[in-house]
Design a protein around this ligand. Structure first.
Ligand SMILES: Cc1cc2nc3c(=O)[nH]c(=O)nc-3n(C[C@H](O)[C@H](O)[C@H](O)COP(=O)(O)OP(=O)(O)OC[C@H]3O[C@@H](n4cnc5c(N)ncnc54)[C@H](O)[C@@H]3O)c2cc1C
Length: 568
């Protein structure tokens, strides 16, 4: 099949010009394959990695985006498209609790907490590590909630892990699986945590060895924007490949015809979809012949024994509807500096907020990432707040209907959390909000079972669902993973190479120390190679095996406990 993809130049259609679609398109172009097109509903590329500049001249990302690359290929793309137009920033993160700032990683710095809380954290940690907590070991945990109790103990669970994770995910940790987090936090260095308390030492997780790159101008989105000209916009003469303002409304699975909201259609031989897979199966796909078509698809893919894939579309849509996700409000607050010519008031990169005195789980000092994120670095700074929402965690935003209410809430929260002093509301010069209906793909308890059925069903019909919400694997849903999901799919189809990112597996070890199958590089873009398990290369595209036990990394730094903990 790989040979026929190459030789007969089948038409490849890519839905979505986010990092996944752009990665696939870039790779196709690089391999000299011309029979492909990328469609996106928006008038811009980048998807969730796009950045916006508001009328006041502040640039905003869709949530704080920090680039931690695990791939040489991704690093090369960055190098090629960005050259030296980037900043290198310390990853200085903090947790706000008990009206104080606790440095990251949280568990090493509990001495910053009031004495009683610090005691509870350490006592719980010691108990948990000795197998005397409410859940005896991480291995016995059946979900993320139990995993938290088993690894961190009741003190850290109560004061930080449980409230914080609920704020991020918008679901109780009991509804999440334990695998996404991997085993790398399974060993917490109790001695180190104790030493810092007793000796009064600080343990900051940042410094010259922990930095990240950020585009000099235009925010995160600038990097993705530059894929546009590299791949080429459709000029109507069939030369470029990207077509914007094209919203897909229907795909006929049997006829392989895509219909857009403007009434036009296109056909495909192979489809890469990066839209949410529950939307794809539930609202976009249609089957003419139902079960019969399913059987045919099964026969076509005969040697894969794909008869198991003859479930009806309705069954698959029903399964996919069981996937959980959260929505998110990204609230940008642009401010005049406290002291003119002083710029940002401090050096923090981003901060975590477990308490309920503010609606956000994370705030980013975006103006610290580059001097070009505000209209004038000397006189303005910017804070980007992230607020989650789901059917169990409501906000006054009412699923995007009332963003102003969320902005007001965030401003109150900034005051409560000590980021805005009394009277500083008057310094606000910009209020910006982006509502992401699909923000975090929840690694729910049922997720892997669902994906194991849905993804192969689609592949048996020539549809490859990839990317943050196409694959729904949060642990490989950062920008670098997403871009590489696109690249690796093309490598599989054209070159017969395995897709290692989505198949990334976790080696579960007794102590969790050697569990990571790849390591986070010290520098974003340092070129450190992932050490993902190599599958045997295959000429024949096979349905991806999804639902592996766990995966590789803590994305987006949502834990604030430090993924390097187990390695020290
Ligand atoms: C709050 C937040 C914080 C994040 N922080 C980080 C971070 O710190 N570091 C990091 O590396 N990554 C981060 N990410 C993840 C990053 O944004 C994603 O990895 C990346 O954007 C996913 O790319 P994608 O192409 O898979 O999906 P998307 O970016 O979602 O792109 C999908 C595209 O499909 C298009 N589409 C959907 N439906 C249709 C349709 N019907 N017709 C046509 N087009 C359609 C959309 O318009 C979109 O452009 C964060 C994401 C969020 C939401």
């Amino acid at each position: 099949m790989a040979a026929s993809v190459r030789d007969s130049a089948q038409r490849i259609v890519i839905l979505g010009a986010g990092p996944t679609g752009l990665g696939a398109a870039y790779r196709l172009k690089e391999l000299g394959y011309s029979n492909f097109v990328v469609y996106d509903r928006h008038n811009y590329v980048g998807g969730l990695s796009h950045s916006f500049t508001d009328d006041q001249g502040f640039t905003w990302d869709i949530g704080g985006h920090v680039m931690f690359s695990h791939y040489t290929y991704y690093d090369k793309c960055f190098e090629t498209l960005m050259g030296s137009e980037y900043t290198l920033n310390n990853r200085e993160s903090w947790v706000r609790m008990f009206d104080t700032w606790v440095p990251y990683p949280f568990q090493n710095n509990v001495r910053y907490l009031p004495k009683q809380a610090a005691f509870e954290c350490i006592a719980g940690l010691v108990k948990a590590q000795n197998g005397k907590g409410t859940v005896a070991s991480p291995q016995q945990a059946t979900n993320f909630g139990e995993f938290i109790d088993a690894v961190f103990g009741e003190g850290i669970a109560k004061h930080f892990m449980r409230p914080y994770n609920y704020k991020v995910w918008a679901y109780p940790p009991e509804r999440m699986n334990k695998h996404w987090i991997g085993e790398r936090v399974a060993v917490i260095d109790v001695e180190r945590a104790l030493k810092n308390i007793i000796l009064g030492t600080d343990d900051f997780g940042w410094g010259p060895n922990n930095q990240f790159k950020f585009p000099l101008k235009g925010g995160t989105g600038e990097f993705y924007k530059r894929f546009g000209p590299a791949i080429g916009f459709d000029d109507g003469k069939g030369i470029g490949h990207i077509r914007l303002n094209k919203r897909v409304t229907k795909i006929d699975v049997d006829a392989k015809v895509i219909t857009f909201s403007d009434g036009t259609t296109d056909t495909y031989d192979i489809l890469l979809s990066t839209m949410p897979v529950d939307v794809l199966t539930g609202k976009i796909l249609s089957e003419q012949a139902g079960e019969q078509a399913g059987e045919q698809a099964g026969e076509q893919a005969g040697d894969r024994g794909a008869r198991a894939n003859d479930a009806s579309l309705a069954d698959i849509a029903n399964l996919a509807s069981g996937l959980l996700h959260s929505s998110g409000y990204m609230v940008g607050i642009g401010l005049k500096s406290r002291t003119p010519n002083a710029g940002s008031p401090d050096t923090k990169s981003w901060m975590y907020f477990p308490e309920d005195n503010c609606p956000f789980y994370r705030v980013t000092y975006l103006s610290n990432y580059s001097p070009f994120m505000t209209p004038d670095k000397h006189n303005y700074y910017s804070l980007l707040c992230e607020v989650s929402e789901s059917d169990v965690k409501h906000t006054p935003g009412e699923f995007g209907k009332n963003p102003d209410a969320v902005i007001d809430d965030c401003i109150r929260g900034l005051e409560n959390a000590g980021l805005l002093n009394p009277g500083e509301r008057a310094n606000i010069v910009s209020r910006w909000c982006y509502y992401a209906d699909y923000s975090y793909p929840t690694p729910s308890v049922e997720r892997d079972d669902i994906l194991t059925q849905v993804i192969p069903w689609l592949e048996a019909r020539g549809i490859y669902s990839r990317g943050r919400f196409g694959m729904w694997k949060y642990e490989v849903a950062n920008t670098d993973h997403s871009l590489m999901q696109g690249v690796e799919l093309i490598n599989r189809l054209l070159l017969g190479e395995p897709e290692t990112t989505i198949g990334m597996s976790y080696k579960v070890t007794e102590d969790g120390r050697n569990a990571a199958s790849h390591e986070r590089p010290a520098h974003a873009g340092s070129g450190e190679k992932r050490l993902a398990r190599q599958a045997t290369p295959t000429i024949e595209p096979k349905p991806a095996k999804v639902g592996d036990t766990g995966a590789g990394d803590i994305s987006e730094d949502e834990l604030a406990v430090g993924d390097q903990v187990g390695k020290r």
